[in-house]
Design a protein around this ligand. Structure first.
Ligand code: NAP
Length: 283
């Protein structure tokens, strides 16, 4: 029977450290680190995420502001908003909430963010730095949270067989790179992977970032494996992950619940990245 990894508890520690460090920052510089979130359109899930980010900033003594823009905004106007925030000295972290409304290019807008304020780590420069193993850049928040959750179990990642399911720029790819940096042997799986079960059954670490309920079941998991469930799915009004929790918890050594696993870690590392941006930009 697996031990449950308590993401709230692990994230509280990260947040507490950020709160202390932010207080030192304010004492030294006389202003608060500030996150600016650009929210285009009315996507209900995005509205909740953005509210949680504002709340998270306030809880650790940092400022935030949300620029709400209509879904009908044109690409050039969105670019202009980002450039305004790039030039605003009171703003240290910029996050463009994704998904953008239809017709707007994510790639184009992410490339406009000043890489020094890119707290989501999605600017090509920061993605390139991660690929090269240059730790002067910003790393996406959820993958950092995943690594912290694995480390919280006390296992040594080095030399382990790890499987990452999903190859997105925001979760799958950076998670695989971070695991590789820590010397795991990583297999990246995606929608064309022929036999997911065969890959998972040899993996001591499994990270699922797909968005498909019950994708990973108990018989696919190696006994004792660490299973991190990034997925979020609505099933009959309930939030569930990608992992069939009841069957997988019988086989795994450690497992994250949904909710209460990866979710709280993402915000904690967003706060950490914002504080770091403010520190690096400080005179
Ligand atoms: P995404 O961009 O849609 O990527 C999903 C990935 O899953 C793709 O690489 C896709 O493969 C792969 N995939 C789809 N069906 C598959 C299957 N049957 N078997 C294996 N792989 C399959 O999603 P994302 O942005 O990375 O997010 C993934 C999930 O994590 C979502 O549920 C999202 O809500 C959740 N999420 C949670 C947090 C959090 O803080 N808790 C943060 C971010 C994301 P292809 O590349 O071949 O299409």
């Amino acid at each position: 029977m697996a031990q449950i990894i308590d993401g709230r508890k692990v994230s509280d520690k990260v947040r507490e450290a950020v709160r202390e460090e932010a207080a030192r920052f304010v004492a030294k510089h006389g202003y608060k680190p500030k996150l600016a979130v650009v929210l285009a359109g009315e996507d209900p899930a995005s509205q909740i995420y953005v509210r949680n980010k504002e709340k998270g900033c306030a809880e650790v003594g940092m400022d935030s502001e949300v620029r709400r823009l209509p879904a009908t905004i044109r690409q050039e106007e969105l670019t202009a908003k980002v450039r305004e925030l790039n030039a605003d000295k009171s703003v240290h972290g910029i996050l463009v909430q994704i998904p953008l409304p239809e017709g707007l290019s994510e790639q184009a807008v992410l490339g406009e963010i000043d890489p020094r304020k890119d707290v989501d780590g999605l600017h090509p420069l920061n993605m390139g730095k991660l690929l090269k193993g240059d730790d002067s850049g910003f790393v996406p928040c959820t993958p950092q949270g995943v690594i912290e959750l694995i480390l919280s179990t006390g296992i040594d990642i080095s030399g382990k067989e790890a499987a990452v399911i999903g190859r997105s720029n925001i979760v799958g790819k950076p998670t695989a790179l971070l695991l590789m940096q820590r010397h795991a042997t990583v297999t990246i799986c995606h929608s064309r992977t022929k036999d997911l079960g065969t890959v998972l059954r040899r993996s001591e670490i499994v990270v699922s970032a797909v968005g498909s309920a019950r994708l990973v079941t108990g018989e696919m998991v190696k006994p004792g494996a660490v299973v991190i469930d990034v997925g979020t799915n609505r099933v009959a009004g309930k939030l569930v992950g990608d992992v069939d929790f009841d069957s997988v918890k019988e086989a795994a050594g450690y497992i994250t619940p949904v909710p209460g696993g990866v979710g709280p870690m993402t915000i904690a590392f967003l706060l950490k990245n914002t504080l770091r941006a403010a520190q690096l930009l400080a005179p």
